[in-house]
Design a protein around this ligand. Structure first.
Ligand code: PLP
Length: 400
């Protein structure tokens, strides 16, 4: 009786979801899977955030919140943008959403019409392109090649922009490559954008605090203040504070855009859980030293994983600046056959054979728009990383 509406006919179930389903089936059969596919921190939510939610519940903060976020959380976000990014936003330039994902959805849905184009660096988080398609607009990939450390080159950005371009999406540190941009690299991109005043910029800074070896995070509205009125700066509690389940995202941007997004958001939700908002205030205003402590742990894991994956025959592993992913090149494995007799023609074949034969879950590069690569998440304990890398080495050594 039900048929998909035109707006979601082109959106497929994501390849990474298919991988998760297969891993779940194997687990149900009693197979112990080493999961290197997760996009969330393995750390606990800080206890002061949990306590703040508890206190809020007991105090009766359990009624419908304002649709755009509580004033108290918006004020905490305002302080965060000032403290971490030297950005000044008024309270009516800030919106709270159910995760960064809803914020990005609000922005795309509230502003894109059929025929509009959204430039998305590739590889990139697959949801951007899917959301653009739900809005019946057109995603346009701008390549971030490995020989440029998976970063966006000004010339590739320039080539992707047309009169129809509505948005450029930036996400550095990046999912899936971990690449981050220096201030000089960001300025080069900003210079291109200054020449194209019709293009707005959505910067997804979700991995801001996951950056290593002293590499300095920067965000485009701060690097080039002349772009401020065209930039939506998106961030959230999920990755920084290990709060993926609380569903709190936020953004700062021009008042007119925030009003459109709030209108869109109001059609989907009556606001964000009050208790989660109370927890997010405590996380943003509370002690920040856990960010550096956890980043140091991630750095140690990254170094270990890069070293180990380099030892796997046919695998080349670039060492990225941030996030909790590496994106190894597996061109040297394509065209071979696994020990279990599986022909490896694509990165999808690679990750499914790796799951089937060595019980390690990862995600194929094609899910992020670049092949032949695969994404390994190191947001997991050292024991799993050690065993996972050992199994990947064994799998690759067995390719003939
Ligand atoms: N942006 C990127 C690049 C992500 O990788 C993710 C989650 O995986 C999100 C946004 C969504 O974050 P949230 O949990 O705040 O919705």
């Amino acid at each position: 009786m039900f048929e998909a509406a035109d707006r979601i006919k082109t959106v497929k179930i994501s390849a990474s979801a298919a991988m998760t389903d297969r891993a779940r089936e194997l687990r149900a059969q009693g197979v112990k899977i080493i999961s290197l596919s997760s996009g969330e921190p393995d750390f606990a939510t800080p206890s002061h955030a949990i306590e703040a939610a508890h206190r809020a519940a007991l105090a009766g903060d359990t009624k419908y919140p304002p649709q755009d976020g509580t004033k108290a959380l918006k004020a905490a976000v305002q302080r965060k943008f000032k403290r971490d990014n030297q950005l000044d936003y008024e309270l009516d330039e800030i919106l709270i959403g159910n995760g960064g994902k809803q914020i990005i959805f609000d922005a795309i849905m509230a502003t894109c019409n059929p025929g509009d184009e959204v430039v998305i660096p590739a590889p990139g988080w697959i949801s951007y392109a899917d959301m653009v398609m739900v809005a019946q607009a057109t995603p346009v990939a701008a390549p971030c090649p490995e020989n440029n450390q998976f970063k966006l080159r000004p010339e590739d950005l320039e080539a992707a922009i047309t009169p129809q371009t509505k948005w450029l999406i930036l996400n550095f540190p990046n999912n899936p490559t971990g690449a981050a941009c220096s201030r000089a690299e960001m300025q080069d991109l900003a210079d291109v954008l200054l020449r194209h005043p019709h293009v707005a910029v959505l910067t997804d800074d979700m991995y801001e605090h996951l950056i290593y070896d002293g590499f300095e995070f920067c965000t485009i509205a701060e690097v080039e203040p002349r772009l401020r009125e065209r930039v939506l700066t998106v961030n959230g509690a999920s990755k920084a504070y290990a709060m993926t389940g609380w569903r709190v995202g936020f953004c700062g941007g021009p008042k007119s855009l925030i009003a459109l997004m709030n209108n869109m958001q109001g059609q989907a939700t009556n606001g964000i859980c009050t208790l989660a908002q109370a927890a997010a205030i405590a996380a943003l205003d509370g002690p920040q030293d856990l960010l550096a402590e956890r980043a140091e742990i991630y750095r140690g894991r990254r170094d270990f994983v890069v070293e180990q994956l380099k030892l796997a025959p046919g695998v080349l592993c670039h060492k990225p600046e941030g996030a909790f992913y590496v994106f190894p090149n597996i061109a040297g494995c394509i065209g071979r056959t696994s020990k279990g007799g599986r022909k490896i023609e694509t990165d999808t074949d690679f990750v499914f054979a790796l799951l089937q034969e060595q019980h390690v879950a990862t995600v194929q590069g094609s899910a992020y728009g670049m092949s032949p690569y695969f994404r390994v998440s190191y947001a997991t304990d050292m024991e799993s990383l050690r065993e996972g890398c050992r199994r990947i080495q064994e799998f690759c050594s067995g390719l003939r």
